[in-house]
Design a protein around this ligand. Structure first.
Ligand SMILES: *Cc1c(COP(=O)(O)O)cnc(C)c1O
Length: 412
């Protein structure tokens, strides 16, 4: 979009941020299904490699369909945020084949053997495994602590001079715990540390970590950003443009975690409805949480929109709305939970989240199967915990399905 006509709303941004003149006057961005790009002359090829001329070279290095998605996500994360000098915040984004690929670029471009990551204990299962089972082998350690306790954060950083990066996932999977991004980022910055935030559960519509001086934001675009479950993807965003165009780009190109044009297109189309989707997900979630809290078969509900959730205040401070993710336990524990899941008629039994449909999963046997049981229990991921990503169906049908599945348990 031209700077002459600044967009004032986030939906306008999601729909138009990537607008440009496409070939053949195409309204939507073409799916550039090509591995390579041609040079008119040898000289032009040399100039592109030398960075003296803009232009695509090879899809592992970038692709015009990726660029539209990258510009859109960057515009959403930077929406209405000012730089230190008062001008609109500029971000650079790289679209990856998966969230995990983007995470590897993020960590590997920032850390070397001997460095340590400090993170919270309620984390996406894949992140936890990547830290402990992959990066650990290459000399990058991770310390897990309760980042909601600021004294512990300060103390851990002081005692461990090898800590170089603080990774925050909030709201966190699957306990929906929230970490105060502003407070933790302030402490980290006093110690000169890098701060990274996994914003997958919230999306830039609900939460903008760059407001709090963080360095990098990560998304699994597979989830709410795509919104329809059509493609795996991930994005890394950074505000240090020299670092992004230099070191991060080098790792992106050489690790080979690039996206593909078709998945990028699915993401571009999905993101256009982000705001209306999130609003529906969120209002449905509030109704579902109220229903579950009052249901006689339910023992406990973790939803940060409930006043009794320990992180309710933090969620309300940094999020526009508590979101659409929750987890709960049945009074009958694991056995009751399995029966409940088996009886669902409309809600979908599947991992992943953030799609138009309501998705229900069992972390202990699915997403967090790779985390040792003792550790899992310590993190609050009990055997009977059920995770739900509340979808966009008519809420009466979600409630009816949950009720019949829960009632079935009560009668058993
Ligand atoms: C799904 C997810 C990831 C990993 O992303 P993939 O796209 O599956 O590789 C990381 N963090 C969170 C919070 C996620 O939900």
């Amino acid at each position: 979009m031209s700077d002459q006509f600044p967009l004032t709303g986030i939906s306008s941004m999601a729909i138009h941020a990537g607008d440009q003149k496409f070939g053949e006057s195409s309204h939507l961005p073409p799916i550039y299904a090509t591995s390579t790009f041609t040079f008119d002359t040898a000289d032009q090829g040399m100039k592109r490699f030398a960075g003296q001329e803009d232009g695509y070279i090879y899809t592992r290095w970038g692709n015009p369909t990726f660029s539209v998605a990258e510009e859109t996500i960057a515009a959403l994360e930077a929406f209405n945020i000012k730089d230190k000098d008062g001008s609109p915040l500029k971000l650079k984004a790289f679209l990856h084949a998966s969230g995990q690929a983007a995470m590897v670029t993020m960590f590997m471009s920032n850390l070397t053997a001997g460095d340590t990551i400090l993170s919270h204990f309620s984390l996406y299962g894949g992140t936890h495994e990547l830290m402990h089972k992959v990066m650990g082998q290459n000399g990058i350690k991770t310390i897990i602590a309760d980042l909601r306790n600021l004294d512990i954060v300060e103390d851990t950083i002081k005692k461990n001079p090898s800590i170089k990066l603080v990774h925050i996932e909030t709201p966190a999977n699957p306990t929906i715990q929230c970490v105060d991004i502003d407070a933790v980022s302030k402490i980290a910055k006093q110690h000169g540390l890098i701060v990274t935030v996994d914003n997958t559960f919230a999306t830039p519509y609900l939460q903008q970590p760059f407001l709090y001086d963080v360095d990098f934001v990560f998304h699994s675009t597979t989830k709410f950003l795509n919104g329809h479950g059509t493609a795996i993807g991930g994005v890394l965003l950074g505000k240090d443009l020299d670092f992004m165009n230099g070191k991060a780009y080098k790792w992106y190109k050489l690790l080979g975690g690039n996206s593909n044009a078709f998945d990028a297109f699915m993401l571009i189309v999905g993101m256009k409805t982000l705001e209306v989707r999130m609003e529906r997900h969120c209002t449905n979630a509030v109704t579902v949480a109220d229903f579950l809290v009052n249901h006689k078969a339910i023992e406990k509900v973790n939803y940060n929109g409930l006043a009794e959730h320990p992180d309710h205040a933090i969620a309300m401070k940094q999020m526009k709305h508590p979101g659409a993710m929750m987890s709960f336990e049945l009074k009958g524990g694991l056995e009751a939970g399995k029966k409940f899941i088996d009886r669902l008629q409309m809600c979908v039994r599947a991992v992943s989240l953030g799609t138009v449909d309501t998705l229900i999963s069992h972390p202990a046997s699915m997403s967090h199967f790779g985390v040792a049981r003792a550790q899992r229990l310590e993190y609050g991921i009990t055997d009977g915990l059920i995770r739900m990503s509340v979808g966009m169906e008519n809420v009466a049908d979600i409630l009816n399905d949950l009720d019949q599945a829960l009632g079935g348990y009560a009668m058993a």
